[in-house]
Every structure is written in structure tokens, then in C-alpha cells.
Write a protein of this length. Structure first.
Lengths: 437, 308
């Protein structure tokens, strides 16, 4: 008798009808969006602050380079000595005073610039000022050597190295950003999915133990059927929740940003910074075009298929272990000691993915970790957008499936024995013994 | 084929621990079979093997003459000692789910559930969650779920725990009725008075071995010691007493009686009949009370366990 569909249905419905699940499903995107909006709003507020910076330039070289901007006003002070200037700035409650001391040699100017302020100034303002002064001094020096301003302007060059593989596949920097984004999202999604829904599976196994219904159930169905039904049912509930999150999140994001006029993308992430750099380099008009080519350059078919296989394989591998843990213990507090060996490879996978794949997607470390079954789903998913030979993907998948089967066998054994053991927390040694029952 | 369930020298080890050692039982069709034994003797393991929850290391189990197969799940109804229901699930949904797991169709399950819910007068619980019910009420649901698919073999492990005397009686009557309708019942309990009341056959498992089995009456016959409880009245107590003591083995006895009599347990030899004793006694004194001491299930249990 195949009861799997029946069990899946029950697990799914129980999860989906659960009050806290419903609340979480609809509240989390709201909270997330609210949080992002608040952060974006606050950082905007921070940037919106009007600052006045006074400038006391005793050399006369630099005073005309400071142009007022939206948030910063520059006031030039003339004919004051430093002490008076500081007193004045203090009184006016200006943001700070930039002092360029009088020196004879042009070379010495750069070493005699000082900023006085009440609080320590923000890093971005300082580097902005530095950049301006450097540029100006450089120009003056060049002009002294007989180079005209137009020549200097003309000498500015922008290099964008076009990339092409031996097979003739063109790519660019923006491609890499897109690849990174795709891989990162896929890997991170899997990671989150495993943690959230693995835990849910574990809790539902523990619930069956504590409510003592388990023996009634397994007198009707095989434990492995129950376990697989639980894993699949919970995962479907998870997919439902995720889909709602994505849709709701997207809609809310649009609503919030249109109503409040807050540019949510201002809450910047490393990816976005890379994106911005690429944008600066290429110019904004070409951007959209490049983005589309970049996405179409991705091995999309491969990506989708690999995503399905690695996602499902990796998720099932971990969730069967979660189910085994749930079966081995009596309550949630006892799960801690068994959680660590599960979480370690998972976290390792994410770190390896983030640090080494960005560095070099085909380097030794990322290649090796994309074969090790416990880390391969996350790492391989991050690598695939950069183009991984099919044999590597195949081998990794075979290893993953092999391990998955082994893990399910192992988990089913633990599960079968564990669900009927009450009262005491088993040790690793006992778990090992259970495998032989 | 008069035995519904036959276990042939079933053994089961958990690591180094031997949970069952070559245990054989035969449960006759239509009987109520008491499976007894102290805590940790191996009863639950045997029951789980019958339910195919665990597999035996050695030995075979036959149901209706055929080796146990997964299809037999629907022929067995099992009420485990460690039992419960999904707390946050509604009674009706839960019963339907469990019935479907036993192979009933949804509509069939609905009809039968309605019958049982009406019979036990619990119809208005259908939309309640289990956590809103009392323990005894949940037990009733559990009982219904166990018998709903009309299995040939019913296994009850401590079925009366958690019931008040009225409901325990109700459940007892239902069990008897199921037996009368043709079901065979395996009944595991520590409450010897219900064994006495219900069981036709018993098997006693102690320290992983079966130490006793058979018809309850046969076993009682085996265990009886030809002892009779007597109360006599005589003006000359000491003389009567010494006369009896000279002829028979006599032990003191305590039981309630109206008069201040001579109360004795008298054991007679193999070749003496109860009538011989009675006529001896009537010749000496006035007999107010004369009963054969039949060992109770409780006595047999304690004696057997102690001797092993």
C-alpha cells in the first residue's frame, strides 16, 4: 500500500493551515520591507544633512575647486589667522574647517592640509576632500611643466577590457556581476531553505514523538514512507511560503518605493557596489543593454536544470539528516549537540562560496568543494553561472545522489529506531549502535 | 487452522541485549489472549514484531496461516501503550487520515466513523481539536481508530489506562462484542483482574522467554494445590483442630466470616477427593464454609515470575 501521497497531503495541509505559519508567511515580507525601508530612509536622512565646511586657504591654489553641492556648502574665509578662523567656525557651528597652511614649495602643500572639527569627520567626506585636492595639485604641477588643461583632459582614458573565451563566448565585467548575483542568490536560497525547513521537519518529527502518535502511525506505514512524506510535504509547504514571500515582497517593494519615494536600492550591498562600479565604467545608457546581454550570456538552460537537481539533492540530503535528529531526541533542547555537525558543512559551503568563488570560480578550493557532497550543492550552484564543464557537474551530482541515498538510508535507520525510543538523550555511540538494529 | 496468529520461536536482539529468546505463541481464533509479563520482559517487542514495526532476527510469524506481509497491516488493529494523537488536528480529520492509512476509502471511513461516534455518543467532537479533549475522551477516539477498519486481529496494550470505571466498562463491553463478532484479541496488561475477567488464553513472558502459556483454566488447574478454605464451628475447638492437623496439612487462613469460627486452609493429598475431606470435616464439626482455593491470575503471575 502506498500511503505516500496521503502523508504528503496531511503534512502539507497541517503546515499550511497552521496559524503561526500563516502569520509568518504574510508578516515576514512586511517586516522585511519595513526594515529595509527604515534603513534606506535613515541613511537618506543621514545624507540629507546640510553641512557647511569653511575653508581657509593661505596658499590660494585650492580655494576655487570647492563647488557647493546639494548637501555641502563651502564657505571661503579670507584674511583670518587660524585661531580666529577656528573660533568663527565654532561659533557658526559649521561642520568643520579645512586649513591649507601657507608654504613656499608647491610640493609641501599636500603635507600641510588639516581638518578641524567638533566630532571626527565622516570617512566619505574626508576622502572626497582628499580626492579634490590631489586632483588640483596634480593639475597645477603638470601645468608648471608646460602641460595645458586641455591636454590633461584629453589624456584621460577609460579602459574596459573585453573578455572572450576560446570558444568565442563574449563576456564583460557586468557579466561577472550578473553571474555572481545569480550564483549567490541560488546558493543562499538553498542555504536558507535548508535551515528554515529542515528545522520545521525536525520539529514535526519531535512533535510526533512527544504526542506519542508515532507508534499508531507506523503500525500502518513504513517509517521510511512517513519520513519521506514528511520531508516532501514540508518542502512543498516551504515552496508555497517562499513563493508567497517573493510575490508579496516584490509587490510591497514596489508599493513602498512608489508611495514614499524612497529608493530602496540605496541600502547598498557589495553586489550593488560592484554593479555601480561597472556602471560608472560603462556609462548608464549602455547599462541596460549590457545587463540584458549579460543575462542572455548566462548558460540559462544549464543553470535551471542544475539548480533543480542540486537544490533538490542538497535539500533532501540535509533534511533527511534533520529528520534523523528529530527522531533521535525527545525535545528541541536536546537537538543542539547533533545540529553542529549539520550546520558546519553548510556554513562552510556558504563561506567557501562567497570568498573563493568570487575570487576564482575555477580555483582549486572552489572546485574541490563543489565536489564534496555536503558543500557541493551551494558551491556548485554558485560556480555554474561562470560555466562549469558538464562532466564536473555530472560527477558532482552523482556523488551528491550517492551520498543522499546513503544519508536517507542512515537517517531511516536512526528514524526507525529513534521514534520508538523515549526518555533519554542518545549518545553518538548509541546512534551508531542503532544502525545495526 | 484454529490459530489466527502463530509465532514460531521468534528472537530479537538489540545490540547485546536479547529482547526475545525463541518465543512461540499461538493465538486461537475468536479468543481473547492475554499477553502478560513484568515490565521490560519483551511483550512490546513481540507486539511490535506482529505489527511489522520491527523485524524479528529469527523465527516466523504467521497470520491466518500466511507469513506476515505488509498487506496484513489492514488485518491488524493496534492500540499501543504509548499512544496519542496529533494534538492540533481536528478529531474528524484525524480519524479519517488514520483510517485511510489503514486502507479504508474516505467515504467508507466516514460512514463507519459516524456509526462509532453515534454508538459512543461522541458525535459532537468531530470538529474539536484533540487538545480540547480530556485524556479519557482522547482515549475513546483512539479506541475507535483502532477498531474502525474491522481487523481480524486486535491488539490492545493497556487499553483501560486513563479511563474512569464507567468508560473502562464501556470499552470492555465493546471488546467483548468485537470478540463475539469474530475478532481475535491480544490483550496485554498488568491489571490481573481484567485478565481474569476477559482472557481465555494467556502467555507469560519473563526476561525475554516465554515461561507459561495455555488456557487460563488449564493453567489454573495446574497451579492449584488441592487446598480448601474451610470454616468450622465446634464447641471443642482445640480437639477438632488437632484431629484435622493429624490427618491433613493445615495452614492458617484469614477471611471474613460471620462467626468466630475455626478458619483453616486444608491441603489434601493426590489420592484424596474433596468429598473425603468434606465428610471428614462434617463428622468432626459443623461446616460453615468450604471452598477450593483456586489460584488467581495474580497469584500465578507472581509465583511464576518469582520462580524464574
Amino acid at each position: 500500500m502506498n500511503h505516500l501521497p496521503l502523508i504528503i497531503k496531511r503534512e502539507y495541509l497541517t503546515k499550511v493551515k497552521n496559524k503561526s505559519f500563516i502569520i509568518m508567511t504574510f508578516l515576514s515580507p512586511l517586516i522585511m520591507i519595513a526594515l529595509i525601508a527604515v534603513v534606506a530612509y535613515l541613511s537618506q536622512l543621514n545624507n540629507d544633512k546640510q553641512r557647511t565646511i569653511s575653508i581657509l586657504d593661505e596658499t590660494g591654489y585650492l580655494s576655487d575647486i570647492f563647488q557647493n553641492t546639494e548637501n555641502t556648502t563651502y564657505t571661503k574665509l579670507n584674511g583670518l589667522d587660524l585661531d580666529d578662523a577656528i573660533a568663527l567656525v565654532k561659533e557658526k557651528e559649521d561642520y568643520g574647517l579645512l586649513h591649507i597652511a601657507k608654504v613656499d614649495a608647491l610640493d609641501a602643500v599636500s603635507n600641510n592640509v588639516k581638518f578641524y572639527s567638533e566630532e571626527s569627520p565622516s570617512l566619505s567626506i574626508m576622502s572626497g576632500l582628499e580626492r579634490k585636492i590631489e586632483k588640483r595639485l596634480q593639475e597645477i604641477k603638470l601645468q608648471k611643466d608646460g602641460v595645458t588643461l586641455t591636454q590633461i583632459e584629453a589624456s584621460k582614458t577609460n579602459v574596459d577590457i573585453a573578455q572572450e573565451s576560446f570558444e568565442g563566448e563574449k563576456s564583460s565585467k557586468i557579466d561577472n556581476v550578473v553571474k555572481l548575483a545569480f550564483g549567490g542568490i541560488a546558493g543562499y536560497l538553498l542555504f536558507m531553505f535548508i535551515i528554515i525547513y529542515g528545522n520545521m521537519i525536525m520539529r514535526s518529527v519531535i512533535e510526533e514523538k512527544t504526542s506519542r502518535i508515532i507508534e499508531v502511525i507506523i503500525s500502518s506505514v513504513k517509517p521510511i514512507q512517513l519520513m519521506m512524506g514528511k520531508i516532501i510535504g514540508t518542502s512543498l509547504a516551504g515552496v508555497t511560503q517562499f513563493a508567497i514571500w517573493v510575490i508579496l515582497g516584490g509587490v510591497l517593494m514596489m508599493v513602498v518605493s512608489s508611495i514614499f519615494g524612497i529608493d530602496l536600492s540605496q541600502a547598498s550591498t557589495p553586489q550593488q557596489e560592484l554593479m555601480n562600479q561597472a556602471m560608472e565604467a560603462e556609462g548608464a545608457q549602455a547599462m541596460a543593454e549590457n545587463l540584458i546581454t549579460a543575462i542572455s550570456n548566462l548558460p540559462l538552460a544549464n543553470l535551471v536544470v542544475a539548480f533543480m537537481f542540486f537544490f533538490i539533492g542538497g535539500y533532501l540530503l540535509y533534511s533527511s539528516l534533520y529528520a534523523a535528529i528529530g527522531a533521535a531526541v525527545d525535545n528541541e533542547t536536546d537537538t543542539q549537540q547533533f545540529m553542529l555537525p549539520i550546520l558546519m558543512p553548510l556554513i562552510l559551503a556558504v563561506y567557501v562560496g562567497v570568498f573563493t568563488v568570487i575570487e576564482d570560480p575555477h580555483g582549486t578550493v572552489s572546485t574541490v568543494f563543489s565536489f564534496i557532497p555536503f558543500t557541493s550543492p551551494v558551491v556548485m550552484l554558485m560556480r555554474i553561472p561562470f560555466g562549469v564543464p558538464l562532466w564536473q557537474q555530472g560527477l558532482s551530482l552523482v556523488l551528491l545522489i550517492g551520498t543522499f541515498i546513503l544519508a536517507v538510508w542512515f537517517a531511516a535507520k536512526i528514524y526507525r529506531v529513534g521514534i520508538l525510543m523515549y526518555g533519554k538523550k542518545p549518545t553518538y555511540k548509541e546512534l551508531f549502535k542503532w544502525l545495526k538494529y | 487452522m484454529n490459530d489466527l496468529l502463530v509465532a514460531n520461536s521468534v528472537s530479537k536482539n538489540f545490540g547485546d541485549f536479547k529482547a526475545l529468546n525463541k518465543v512461540s505463541i499461538a493465538v486461537p481464533k475468536g479468543s481473547i489472549f492475554g499477553l502478560l509479563g513484568p515490565n521490560g520482559a519483551g511483550k512490546t517487542t513481540l507486539i511490535r514484531i506482529v505489527n511489522q514495526i520491527t523485524m524479528p532476527d529469527e523465527g516466523t510469524v504467521l497470520l491466518d496461516g500466511k507469513t506476515l506481509k505488509p498487506e496484513h497491516i489492514r488485518d491488524i488493529g493496534y492500540l499501543p501503550e504509548e499512544r496519542g494523537l496529533y494534538k492540533s488536528m481536528k478529531v474528524g480529520e484525524q480519524c479519517l487520515y488514520l483510517a485511510q492509512l489503514k486502507g479504508l476509502s474516505k467515504s467508507e471511513a466516514k460512514t463507519r466513523l459516524k456509526y462509532w461516534f453515534d454508538k459512543l455518543e461522541i458525535g459532537d467532537w468531530w470538529n474539536k481539536k484533540i487538545q480540547e479533549l480530556s485524556k479519557g475522551q482522547a482515549q475513546k477516539i483512539q479506541f475507535v481508530v483502532t477498531v474502525l477498519h474491522q481487523p481480524k486481529l486486535l491488539i490492545f496494550d493497556e487499553p483501560f489506562s486513563g479511563f474512569d470505571p464507567i468508560n473502562a466498562n464501556l470499552i470492555k463491553d465493546e471488546i467483548l462484542q468485537l470478540r463475539d463478532e469474530g475478532a481475535t484479541v491480544i490483550f496485554s496488561t498488568h491489571r490481573m483482574e481484567s485478565v481474569e475477567e476477559l482472557c481465555d488464553h494467556i502467555a507469560l513472558i519473563h526476561k525475554s522467554n516465554k515461561v507459561l502459556d495455555g488456557k487460563l483454566n488449564d493453567i489454573k488447574r495446574q497451579y492449584k494445590t488441592n487446598t480448601f478454605e474451610v470454616a468450622l464451628e465446634s464447641p471443642n475447638k482445640e480437639r477438632v483442630l488437632s484431629e484435622i492437623q493429624n490427618t491433613f496439612e493445615v495452614l492458617p487462613a484469614t477471611f471474613k466470616n460471620l462467626n468466630n469460627d475455626i478458619k483453616l486452609n486444608v491441603k489434601i493429598g493426590e489420592n484424596t477427593s474433596p468429598n473425603d475431606l468434606l465428610s471428614f470435616l462434617t463428622s468432626k464439626a459443623e461446616v460453615h464454609h468450604f471452598v477450593e482455593v483456586i489460584p488467581s491470575a495474580n497469584d500465578i503471575f507472581i509465583q511464576t515470575v518469582k520462580n524464574n
